[in-house]
Design a protein around this ligand. Structure first.
Ligand code: XLS
Ligand code: NI
Ligand code: NI
Length: 439
């Protein structure tokens, strides 16, 4: 079975090329800051947006041409064809990692038992493809937001029976992670939040979520497979108030419930924007807490207020994000997963390739730009100079080394307070030079 025979493997051809199916910036073997681009970027393909989306929106029906979905047979036949098509796309692009929700890969059947059996069969197929291609599982997760039972959340549900059902899903997910050698395991709490405080016990719900996560850690240890657990913050949508609103909120939760040894964050561009932050703010926050785990790459629309999950093409935003990732020393076991979908008007199967090429090229441009910013110390020099008073003055050193007290500082201010001369930060100049670094 091959769905993309007419398209050759995508290669780097540079900006001069007229070939749509070529990289213009992503050159996997090119060395940037001492590592190949491929190693710096660890791209991953998302099963859901790539293979199962049909273009349905609240106003209209499916538009996508997806031959693997249109060949008939049973749901399991279709699921197997989807695996084939998915790995074909990953190979054409040279992407080495992938991610999935349990319900993306296998039909849920009538009962949980059916679902387990379907997952076992499809993951045999996935494992075969992994071995054949060398492609690895970046992370898997459980879809615990689509089924009506999850209308009030999972671990934060008012119903203990629903909590139990979710646990059964994650238990299986961890077993599959072990089978497939998953590096990370993601929790995106789409419905972990509340609609109204009038009937909600927020403290109890958060305690329950923490219990759920601790049980996941315990089970992972018991089966001798401990992936990096990743919380994926998002402020809202589908829930009105989501408990892991943003990176800072998620960190407060992880700290409160003593989960920081096992959990890091999976940060998504569009979620940052929904929280009223830039993506680099979220990355920087996670980095500051030592918890930058992985990235869901996409972007929103400046004019729309929801999770449009577009492929990333905004070079300035992604360059500043890459800068944070490089300052973090990379993503370690994490990667850059395209949690992005083609627009409903880009309905050809080949658009899946073109969209990923666009995203990968954008990240490659961002990597080159951010690397130059680091090599030139463009921003770090500015930042160092801005805080220089903590190194260059007696009073600054006393604050840094902990010897200062309010008494000593007040004595200083009484004597020298009127001598302070603030300097302009020339921010417009900095922004203008930054533009020179955009590749
Ligand atoms: C939805 C989320 C979701 C997670 C995985 O907004 O981004 O796709 O990445 O459940
Ligand atoms: Ni999202
Ligand atoms: Ni995501």
């Amino acid at each position: 079975m091959a769905y993309f025979d007419n398209i050759p493997t995508v290669k780097f051809e540079g900006t001069g090329t007229k070939n749509m199916f070529a990289f213009r910036h992503y050159n996997p073997d090119e060395i940037v800051l001492g590592k190949t681009m491929q190693d710096q970027l660890h791209f991953a393909l998302a099963f859901w947006h790539t293979i199962t989306m049909d273009g349905t929106d609240p106003f209209g029906s499916a538009t996508m041409e997806r031959p693997w979905d249109q060949e008939g047979g049973s749901e399991m036949d279709r699921a197997h064809r989807r695996v084939e098509a998915f790995f074909e796309i990953a190979q054409k692009l040279g992407v080495k990692y992938y991610c999935f929700h349990d319900i993306d890969i296998a039909p849920t059947g009538e009962t949980l038992k059916d679902f387990y059996a379907n997952l076992d069969e499809i993951t045999d197929h996935l494992l075969e493809k992994q071995n054949e291609t060398g492609i690895k599982l970046l992370w898997n997760t459980a879809n615990m937001f689509s089924n009506p039972r999850y209308m009030n959340g999972v671990a934060s549900s008012n119903r203990a029976e629903v909590f139990a059902y979710g646990a059964a899903q994650v238990k299986k997910g961890l077993e599959l992670s072990k089978k497939l050698g998953g590096e990370n395991y993601v929790f995106w709490g789409g419905r972990e939040g509340y609609e109204s405080l009038l009937n909600t016990d927020m403290g109890l719900e958060m305690d329950h979520m923490a219990k759920f996560f601790h049980m996941a850690v315990d089970y992972a240890k018991s089966i001798d497979h401990l992936p990096v657990f990743l919380l994926e913050p998002k402020p809202k949508e589908p829930m009105k108030h989501q408990y892991d609103f943003d990176a800072a909120t998620a960190m407060a939760f992880l700290e409160k419930y003593d989960l920081t040894d096992y959990f890091k964050l999976n940060l998504e561009t569009n979620h940052a924007w929904l929280a009223g932050h830039t993506f680099e703010h979220e990355l920087n926050t996670a980095r500051t807490f030592g918890a930058l785990g992985s990235v869901d790459a996409n972007q929103g629309d400046y004019l729309l207020g929801w999770d449009t999950d577009e492929f990333p093409t905004l070079v300035i935003d992604i360059t500043l994000a890459m800068y944070q990732i490089l300052l973090n020393g990379g993503l370690n076991k994490g990667g850059i997963n395209f949690d992005a979908k083609v627009r409903r008007t880009s309905f050809k199967a080949e658009d899946l390739l073109l969209a990923h090429i666009a995203g990968m090229d954008t990240y490659a441009r961002a990597l080159k730009g951010a690397a130059a910013i680091i090599e030139d110390k463009f921003l770090s020099d500015i930042v160092d100079a801005r805080y220089a008073s903590y190194k260059n003055t007696e009073v600054g050193r006393s604050i840094e080394n902990g010897s200062a007290t309010f008494e000593s500082l007040a004595a200083y201010a009484l004597e020298h307070g009127e001598e302070i001369e603030m300097e302009s930060n020339h921010l417009e100049y900095i922004k203008s030079v930054l533009n020179d670094y955009l590749v």
